[in-house]
Design a protein around this ligand. Structure first.
Ligand SMILES: C[S@@+](CC[C@H](N)C(=O)[O-])C[C@H]1O[C@@H](n2cnc3c(N)ncnc32)[C@H](O)[C@@H]1O
Length: 355
């Protein structure tokens, strides 16, 4: 049944929509994958731009439930699956036809778009625990996934509270330092461990106040000092960087020659992964991994060519209308007919200190 509160959710404003459409260039008869459906801004725009089909993914069941009226508005053209985009290949290969399900062989997608991160709906709902602006349970999980094939609950991992209440101090500090680029990570981790000896951390307000105390109530740059800690925990709890690497590799396998990959990211670590992935696939970097034999490095032909060498950023007009777009970076590339490359996580920037 549709959650009646969905109608009350503020809409997510799609970021860099014109640039996404320009890079994806949808045409009649094509099949596009939207890995991060959210409020469906990109999916709807793609479906309106051409008589094509979109297969969309979102790991958040709330977003998938809210998609029902959007799917109804585009009969037989939009399907939204409650799965992380890292699994786009296995689910997209099961093509639903009027005669049942058929496995799709070979590359089949004309476009893949990823809009990495959280939606405004997720940030603004206190109960999701993503934001220190609203008091809520310290959760931060994007997924509440059910298996679309057998309807069973999937293990979606622990919440931010689980992590903070049970992980070792050093691990907490590493997560906050690596994913939040927070220089006071050790002091914050120490304060977390001290606090949990008295009572477990359960709310976003508790964590925000704890970080504020570490900063003695100061707000450098006018920003709440908990901003970076919240971002780091969200990235860790949802394995966002691992998802991104797996999603890029899946896109490389399913895109047809001439198919387009478009990625919008908001965090420097994510943008670095996309940049390194495309540089290695477009033949712009010498691969330096110690894990791959020399020969396989040399034999890999470029599997993509750049649409734009430098990332696109939001226009001044968009920044005024939607300040949340300010850190967005768009990178895009076109698939060649070369085989997909082997995945090298170190070369993509996942060789961070252990977290
Ligand atoms: C920034 S919003 C996307 C907004 C969308 N482009 C629009 O125009 O409405 C990101 C969405 O992607 C989803 N998401 C984030 N990481 C995901 C992943 N690894 N797999 C599937 N969905 C993901 C989130 O749950 C969220 O709904």
């Amino acid at each position: 049944m549709r959650d009646p509160s969905i109608a009350l959710l503020p809409q997510h404003i799609p970021v860099m929509l014109a640039e996404v459409l320009g890079a994806l260039a949808p045409a009649d008869g094509e099949m596009h994958i939207d890995g991060t459906f959210g409020a469906g801004g990109y999916s709807c725009a793609i479906l309106q731009a051409a008589d094509c089909r979109v297969l969309a993914f979102d790991r958040d069941i709330t977003a998938v439930r809210a998609a029902a009226p959007v799917c109804a508005a585009f009969p037989n053209r939009l399907n939204v699956i409650n799965q992380p985009f890292s699994r786009m290949e296995e689910f997209a290969r099961i093509e639903v036809t009027p005669h049942g399900t058929l496995p799709v062989e070979g590359p089949f997608a004309d476009g893949v778009v990823l809009d990495i991160g959280v939606s405004s709906m997720q940030l603004d709902q206190a109960a999701r625990g993503f934001s220190f602006m609203h008091d809520g349970p310290l959760d931060m999980r994007m997924s509440a996934a059910i298996d679309p094939i057998d309807g069973s609950a999937l293990d979606v991992g622990g919440s931010a509270a689980d992590f903070l209440n049970f992980a070792e101090e050093e691990k907490i500090a590493n997560v906050i330092y690596t994913y939040g680029e927070e220089h006071r990570s050790r002091a914050i981790a120490r304060a977390v461990v001290k606090a949990r000896q008295v009572a477990p951390l359960t709310t976003t307000r508790q964590l925000a106040d704890l970080v504020l105390r570490v900063f003695h109530g100061c707000k450098p740059d006018g920003k709440h000092p908990a901003t970076r800690t919240f971002q780091a925990l969200r990235i860790h709890v949802n394995d966002e960087l691992g998802e991104l690497v797996a999603g890029l590799a899946a896109a490389e396998r399913i895109l047809k020659p001439g198919g387009r990959l478009v990625v919008v990211s908001f965090h420097s670590l994510e943008d670095r992964i996309v940049k390194r992935f495309l540089a290695s696939r477009c033949g712009k970097t010498a691969r330096t991994s110690r894990h791959l034999p020399e020969q396989s490095i040399k034999s890999e032909l470029p599997s993509f060519r750049f649409v734009n060498l430098r990332p696109l950023t939001p226009s001044q007009g968009e920044l005024v209308l939607n300040p949340r777009s300010r850190s967005a970076r768009l990178r895009a590339a076109i698939r060649t007919d070369a085989p997909p490359h082997a995945i090298d996580e170190d070369a993509l920037g996942l060789d961070q200190p252990p977290v």
